[in-house]
Design a protein around this ligand. Structure first.
Ligand SMILES: Cc1cc2nc3c(=O)[nH]c(=O)nc-3n(C[C@H](O)[C@H](O)[C@H](O)COP(=O)(O)OP(=O)(O)OC[C@H]3O[C@@H](n4cnc5c(N)ncnc54)[C@H](O)[C@@H]3O)c2cc1C
Length: 398
């Protein structure tokens, strides 16, 4: 009898409050609500939803708060992690030379910023809503900055049997494995772009006992950099006992075996740093993409068919290779576009070109390399500059 009464009270509560799946009801009625508010002369609060509080998402927040946000807009940030993660430092987290706390920065706080911690599963462009775990959240404007994931180029077994440094949880798993390896174990790192090089050199310093092999497709490592820098880095590796295998072609991965040109190489741990692709949520969007799977956008960074949806950072097709700097530069422009659109102002015919200042890489804690204002720099100065930039970033973001 008691449970019969309880059931009816429960049913009545749902009917009165419409409250069983509040986000779904909110989303379905969003446009009707706007009309109702307008008819009554009330302000309808627009919801700007930001997916991902990475480098791009954080820069958006830093620019619209504390005082650029119009009174009729509120912001919802959705991220699976309860902090902003310093992805550019994941190589050091994985190598065990910095602590977990070192790569976390708190999200900003503001009365008109709601933060939802959860995993974004899907975006419904038609219904103007996103699915976060099992809930639906409606948006008026949407910024998608969910970053990237490893790309395995169809190599069998690579997804299942290699470690990663593309997310904070993956980097923690990599840290555990690398640092629990017995003395003189072999670590194979696939891909000698910036992240592979930084991981290999940091691991060398962290674990001098390990045998480290760095496999790369190119004739020289760091193929995107000037040859002088590639040679400098390659020499550093040779003199620090890291083996480099150039012109590699990884054909298969099995548990603890890497196949280079079909030749098996026994490895106690294999780390994959050989390519990236946009986040799965973005890959699943039925919109135009470039050959790398990044979303093609208008010059104002929104989808060609939808001026309320902006794609940011590693998920966006832009004229430069993805980087934290590029995500931040694009975020600055998206904020300008939003501010114009919210005020009903015309947009400038062209947005300025996003200027990149250069790129810096580390070789352990003492040496580095990079391109600053298109000029190659190497050695301690490069490393000091990199540390300084990180310090400034944390200081301004925290
Ligand atoms: C080892 C390494 C070194 C690097 N070094 C440099 C460097 O020196 N300079 C440089 O400019 N760039 C560097 N990069 C590249 C740089 O980190 C990325 O280009 C940059 O992080 C992209 O920014 P973003 O805002 O697009 O995404 P991210 O910064 O990756 O942020 C994505 C956010 O989305 C969240 N997220 C992802 N999926 C979901 C989901 N389904 N649900 C909810 N939340 C989700 C994540 O938690 C994260 O907060 C490096 C990368 C690596 C891996």
């Amino acid at each position: 009898m008691l449970s019969y009464i309880a059931f009816h009270i429960f049913l009545a509560t749902i009917l009165i409050n419409g409250n069983l799946y509040p986000p779904i009801l909110k989303s379905k009625n969003n446009r009707e609500k706007t009309k109702m508010h307008e008819a009554k002369g009330e302000i309808h609060m627009k919801n700007l939803v930001i997916l991902g509080g990475g480098y791009g998402g954080m820069r958006i927040l830093q620019r619209i708060f504390p005082n650029q946000l119009p009174n009729d807009v509120e912001v919802t940030l959705i991220d699976k992690a309860p902090y902003h993660s310093l992805k550019t430092e994941f190589y050091a987290l994985a190598a065990g030379t910095i602590s977990d706390q070192h790569v976390r920065v708190a999200f900003p706080e503001h009365p008109r910023l709601k933060i939802r911690y959860g995993c974004v599963k899907r975006i419904d462009l038609k219904e103007k809503c996103v699915y976060v775990d099992d809930q639906m959240i409606a948006y008026d404007d949407l910024i998608v900055g969910l970053g990237c994931e490893d790309k395995y180029h169809g190599v069998p077994g690579a997804l299942e049997h290699t470690y990663s440094i593309q997310s904070i949880d993956a980097s923690r798993a990599t840290y555990q494995t690398l640092n629990n390896l017995p003395a003189h174990a072999t670590v194979s790192i696939v891909g000698a772009g910036l992240s592979g090089v930084e991981l290999a050199s940091e691991l060398r310093e962290s674990r001098p006992d390990l045998k480290i092999i760095l496999f790369d497709r190119g004739k020289l490592i760091l193929s995107a950099f000037p040859e002088r820098l590639s040679n400098y880095v390659q020499t550093w590796f040779t003199s620090n006992g890291v083996e480099i295998v150039n012109s590699a072609n990884i054909t298969k991965v099995e548990p603890n075996i890497l196949y280079n040109h079909d030749e098996p190489i026994q490895s106690d741990a294999i780390v994959w740093t050989a390519g990236i692709q946009p986040n799965k949520v973005v890959r699943d969007l039925d919109v135009e993409k470039d050959p790398q799977g990044r979303v093609v956008l208008t010059k104002y960074h929104n989808l060609p068919d939808d001026e309320n949806v902006y794609i940011l950072g590693d998920c966006a097709s832009l004229p430069h290779a993805p980087s934290a700097q590029l995500a931040e530069g694009q975020a600055e422009q998206i904020v300008q576009v939003l501010l114009h659109r919210w005020k009903g102002e015309a947009l400038p015919d062209e947005l300025p070109t996003i200027k990149l200042k250069g790129i810096l890489g580390s070789l352990g804690k003492k040496h580095g390399f990079g391109l600053v204002a298109e000029r190659p720099i190497t050695g301690r100065v490069a490393r000091l500059l990199k540390s300084g930039i990180l310090w400034m970033y944390k200081h301004h973001s925290g």
